[in-house]
Design a binder for this molecule. Structure first.
Ligand SMILES: C[S@@+](CC[C@H](N)C(=O)[O-])C[C@H]1O[C@@H](n2cnc3c(N)ncnc32)[C@H](O)[C@@H]1O
Length: 412
């Protein structure tokens, strides 16, 4: 037996194990997606990775980082690829545009559309497209079209496609993505709204996009014309607290100048959560309900203990006037649950803490364990009364550069 044969048998076993795990977790449900993920040899698209690295179910294989260590390109984790392929509902004969190339996902798409379909994969980075083209051609997928371009603009020669699959983290929906979709076409995109990223599966209906699926995920950032940076507000009077705002800073951030001089209000809510329970709908509920929603991060090297979030790099938070509040947790006595508290500092800390705790109770009663919000995307400039037929009750509309994004809870 040659080394290559040994490798290939080991690879097949690891690939089957990964697919079995994804089926057991409910990530892979469609037999066609199961078949392509068992067939296409992932390790041949991750040269430089060991077989174990290539078949880690929840880890991407990073192929490029910038000089600050920020990841710019990767072959996405099997779990993410399976999840988004399920969301895209690609059929035989479909024409598909993939934004962000690695080679592997385009090979899966080529298998799914079959000989009567077509796949174009686009990347802004010529090193990435050169690598993807080489790997695709070398593994029997030379018919996939590989294009180097900023996919914020329409891709020449693509026309209207049945599905656009975006595989970089987007903040906005450039008009080109919707314009390139056939009516009823699907757009799957990891979209950041209010600092929270969800892989959203949209359908194009009557000129706007309407979400039908939403999954928690993380992605390398979109580059080029549609790149967007969150804004950071450093709380004055203490060195360690940063508040990250995704859709603009509060109108008058100076009002927070003396917030850390006030005693910390701590409001324990009695609301408990299983340690492995998902926070997905809680995050979205607070992002929709609180106008000053943000994410708090604490520099561990400068921590003075003024704030005490359970997770120092990601705490759900909100600013209102001269106060800010954040969520934290502590283990309950059985050690299997955590209890939520709201901490707040500032001139109206007590009132803000009470307000945030009230939203926590609303989530507990109305959305816990239920579906996430429906996300609808309209072109910038669409009047309010045309957004979801003017029916965004208890929801929120977020204005981006190219789009207006409405978040609203489905009727109970
Ligand atoms: C996670 S990787 C793609 C993974 C790939 N689809 C796979 O097979 O697993 C994301 C890619 O998006 C690319 N990208 C970022 N901004 C882009 C843009 N504006 N247009 C096209 N590609 C972009 C990056 O260069 C990076 O290679």
């Amino acid at each position: 037996m040659t080394d290559a044969t040994v490798d290939s048998d080991a690879a097949t076993a690891l690939r089957d194990k990964a697919v079995d795990e994804l089926r057991a977790a409910g990530t892979i449900v469609s037999p066609r997606i199961e078949a392509v993920m068992r067939t296409v040899p992932r390790h041949l698209f991750t040269p430089g990775a060991t077989l174990d690295e290539a078949y880690q179910v929840y880890s991407a294989f990073v192929t490029k980082v910038d000089r600050h260590g920020v990841q710019l390109s990767s072959v996405s984790a099997p779990q993410i690829q399976a999840m988004m392929l399920e969301q895209a509902r690609v059929q035989r004969g479909d024409h598909v545009l993939e934004i962000g190339s690695g080679g592997l996902n385009a090979a899966y798409l080529a298998e799914l559309v079959g000989p009567d379909g077509a796949v174009t994969t686009v990347d802004i980075d010529p090193e990435v497209t050169a690598r993807a083209a080489r790997l695709l051609a070398g593994n029997g997928y030379g018919h996939v079209r590989v294009v180097t371009a900023d996919a914020a603009e329409p891709i020449p020669g693509v026309g209207k496609v049945d599905a656009v699959l975006v595989t970089a983290g987007a903040w906005d929906i450039p008009p080109a993505w919707t314009q390139q979709l056939k009516p009823g076409g699907r757009l799957v995109v990891p979209l950041r709204v209010r600092g929270l990223t969800r892989a959203l599966g949209f359908t194009l209906v009557d000129g706007h996009l309407e979400s039908e699926s939403s999954k928690v995920c993380g992605f390398v950032p979109m580059q080029g014309a549609s790149a967007h940076q969150e804004e950071l507000l450093l709380v004055t009077g203490t060195p360690e607290i940063g508040l990250r705002f995704d859709d603009g800073l509060p109108e008058n951030p100076g009002l927070l100048d003396n917030a850390v001089r006030t005693p910390r209000v701590e409001l324990w809510t009695g609301i408990t959560l299983g340690i492995s329970e998902l926070l997905d709908t809680l995050q979205m509920h607070l992002a929709i309900a609180l106008p000053g929603f943000c994410i708090m991060a604490v520099d561990p090297d400068l921590d003075t203990g003024i704030v005490a979030p359970a997770n120092r790099s990601f705490a759900l938070a909100a600013v209102e006037g001269g106060s800010f509040a954040y969520l934290t947790t502590r283990r309950t006595e059985d050690d299997k649950h955590v209890e939520f508290a709201v901490h707040a500092l500032g001139s109206d800390a007590g009132s803000l803490a009470g307000k945030v705790a009230g939203h926590l109770r609303d989530w507990n009663r109305e959305h816990r364990g239920g579906p996430g919000p429906v996300v609808r995307v309209y072109p910038a400039g669409t009047p309010d009364d045309l957004i979801a037929g003017g029916r965004v009750v208890g929801g929120r509309v977020i204005d981006k550069v190219h789009s207006r994004i409405s978040l609203s809870w489905p009727p109970a």
